[in-house]
Ligand binder design. Structure first.
Ligand SMILES: *Cc1c(COP(=O)(O)O)cnc(C)c1O
Length: 388
């Protein structure tokens, strides 16, 4: 394959049906903000799922340059990629280690997060062959997802017979209800995790993802693990989101059409127009992660935003009209001035004018899912403040 010249890439971006802009300065600022909010603790950076859809290479590098030195990825593949952009960082692999992947851990200096008895047994066997190597321990304090059972973990800490080569550098747990600050579960998990942390005195402890950082200093321990906040999403429900938006998604208007009152729009005739209308047909659909559940009618999934999703164009929000289809979405632009929108213009699907979490609410989901579902059919560009 030949190299694509830069200006050609610019052309592709300028004419893309769906384009994403990632503001790396905003991302770096968000990390620094989470660092300040983490008080005495260090802030790590969670970059799993291609850095929440922003691209692990550029995001990883930007966060590394901002100062992050503790990264969390889900899989060993993500860790191998990240290593190229975060040379001196500690990289934790949340899914842990499985037979056949040891070499990739060692060669790329990745730290497995051990989260079950089975993995622990395997890890001990690996250590017997390879010698001393760091690991992290994930302890379950109520999630019932990943994690070694709490009493087991505490017993192991005091177990004098445990191999000397077993050297955890981090004990961690994860909050179930961190996004709900009124939940008593947060306190309960905090008390449980304090016991674990005390048993592993001298070893770094980590309890909080983004939401937990906002719960206050009790929850910070030595290292925090923000993910969604770095990418500008809402971590805590019902709280004004203080983070800067990072990702902007825009879709091109392919056609503007005029339709008479009484006619129906899109599949299933799900929407009947009550007035003469102008519609913008836009080139993004559910195959691009613009979820069908935001459709204006006919999808019974959504409750909190029954009227469906909105986009932003020509200075205001406009509603989705009828069902979202695989490649195309229709917006009702009747309320905009007659000549405000033309073919080739772009509708902001989410970004600084249309919060990703509002899109998520309209789709009956959370911002995390919108960010990580953008599919493959887009052009992505990165900007920093220097470009502005
Ligand atoms: C995904 C994840 C995080 C980051 O969570 P956010 O809510 O995105 O901040 C932290 N810790 C663990 C174990 C995770 O799986």
């Amino acid at each position: 394959m030949t190299d694509i010249p830069d200006d050609y890439e610019d052309d592709r971006f300028a004419s893309a049906g769906l384009r994403l802009t990632v503001d790396l300065t905003a991302m770096a600022e968000n990390w620094k903000d989470m660092c300040r909010r983490s008080g005495k603790a260090r802030a790590g950076a969670v970059v799993k799922a291609d850095a929440y859809g922003t691209g692990i290479e550029d995001a990883g590098e930007a966060l590394y340059l901002a100062g992050a030195r503790d990264f969390f990825v889900a899989t060993v593949d993500e860790g191998v990629t990240l290593r190229l952009y975060a040379p001196e960082a500690r990289i934790f692999v949340l899914a842990g280690i499985w037979p056949g992947t040891e070499r990739r851990f060692f060669e790329n200096d990745l730290v497995p997060v051990i989260s079950s008895e089975e993995q622990l047994a395997f890890w001990m066997a690996v250590l017997a062959d390879y010698g001393d190597y760091p690991c992290a321990l994930h302890v379950d304090t109520g999630f019932n997802r990943l994690g070694i059972e709490m009493n087991e973990a505490i017993a192991m800490a005091d177990d004098v017979s445990r191999p000397a080569s077993f050297s955890p550098v981090l004990v961690m747990s994860h909050l179930v209800c961190g996004d709900d600050h009124s939940s008593p579960t947060n306190r309960q998990q905090l008390e449980s995790f304090r016991r674990v942390s005390a048993a592993y005195e001298g070893i770094d402890s980590s309890l909080s993802a983004s939401a937990g950082v906002f719960l206050g200093s009790d929850y910070h321990f030595d290292l925090t693990r923000p993910g969604i906040s770095l990418y500008g999403g809402e971590a805590v429900s019902g709280m004004a989101n203080p983070m800067r938006p990072v990702l902007t998604a825009e879709a091109r208007v392919i056609q503007v059409r005029t339709v008479n009152a009484g006619e129906f729009v899109s599949y299933g005739r799900a929407l009947q127009l009550t007035r003469n209308s102008r519609l913008a047909i836009v080139s993004a659909g559910y195959a691009d992660g613009y979820m069908r559940s935001q459709s204006s009618r006919g999808v019974p999934l959504r409750q909190s935003v029954p009227q469906g999703g909105q986009g932003f164009i020509a200075g205001r929000k406009v509603p989705v009209a009828g069902r979202i289809t695989m490649d195309l979405t229709i917006f009702d632009i009747t309320d905009l001035p007659e000549n405000a929108v033309h073919g080739g213009d772009y509708v902001e699907l989410f970004g600084s004018n249309m919060a990703v979490d509002d899109v998520a609410r309209a789709a009956g989901t959370i911002g995390y899912e919108i960010l990580t579902s953008m599919g493959l059919r887009h052009e992505r560009r990165y900007i920093t403040e220097d470009d502005a």
